[in-house]
Design a protein around this ligand. Sequence first.
Ligand SMILES: *Cc1c(COP(=O)(O)O)cnc(C)c1O
Length: 412
Amino acid sequence: MNNDSKNVKNLIESAENLSKELFSQINDIAFFNQKKVLDAFKKYRVSARHLSQTSGYGYDDIGRDTLCNLFADIFKTDSAIVSPIIASGTHALTIALFGILRPNDILLSVTGKPYDTLDDVINGKNIGSLADFGIKYDQIDLNGSSLDFDKIERYLIKTTPKVLFLQRSQGYLWREPLNIAEIEKLKQLRDKYCPNTCIMVDNCYGEFTSTTEPTEYGADVVIGSLIKNMGGGLAPTGAYIAGKTEFLTQIGYRLTSSSIGTEVGSYAYGYTQFYQGLFLAPRVVGDALKGSVLSGNVFKLLGIESNPAPDKMPRDVIRAIKFNNRENLITFCKQIQANSPIDSYVEPEPWAMPGYNDEVIMAAGTFVQGASIELSADGPIKPPYIGYLQGGLTYEHIKIAITEVVKSIIQN
Ligand SMILES: *Cc1c(COP(=O)(O)O)cnc(C)c1O
């Protein structure tokens, strides 16, 4: 070994030592969630017939219906919709919003601006947006990383929104993900001022990162993608919506048709990957969390700041890394790509992506196209040159990729 690689090896070992306490907590969380998932499988007596393919209308599709029951059980809700015909997380969020909101209703986001892909869903002009249907939108920004309860209360005293909307993950912002226990106090305000209002949570990236879910603190509906946490890296497509039956029924009418709801929907490829992915998800999310903690400590030792703080339990599977340096951000993304199982030989370059003001660089060498529970990285090419690291199916893979990132950054 030359000096550089010896130094890198020592640095990674030191980072692993710094990570021990959180690793042990993550093991406990994964264990708890694995049991939660297994208990649901046992309760619903899952067997080979649930994995089978169906066709046509899919009446009495027991694979589909039981998958919904498992999600409802895991989120401790009355109902769930889990479906490969939902194209993405954005699609699921859209169905949920349109399912519940009616003309002149108000959608109030209490975690600031929602995820970028919802901009046009809420405010687009002449594209069938909520605004096009006369649904109003208001927003209350977070106070740091917390809900601004004073502002929310002052708002609710005067106005009754139909949906109180929250985003759990940080998304692509330099803040901490929401502490979902705060939803308990939001529910108290809701119960006091507007008891019929739906508390809806964009749960993307947050599932299984702790032993509880937003629905255990009073969220009425949670929504997420199956090519993120809940698909365990195996689900090839789809999304879920879980929550109270009164809301899920309305959402079901929007998913298919007002005359049909959730009685139809087949899947000709069978449901094995959805069941098996769900079964593996607690472990996969645990490994992604460990990879996030490890990389946080690695960058800390390199003097590079990242978010969340490396000594704090991450509340989602994204880590934001402030490189303060264009070259290092590009090197980071190139090395993640070069150490991916798919397209390792491809070299990503910054490019002007539609919808973005700045050039963006992306690394995504994934089995499932765009799956961000698999190891991926990206960042806009602008100061302070923040890169985002997401997912990772195994801890070992993340460790290998981060080791190569460090080697390249040291050589820069
Ligand atoms: C991924 C994500 C979504 C949905 O995005 P899709 O790419 O459509 O699945 C929404 N909100 C957050 C916070 C997300 O991370």
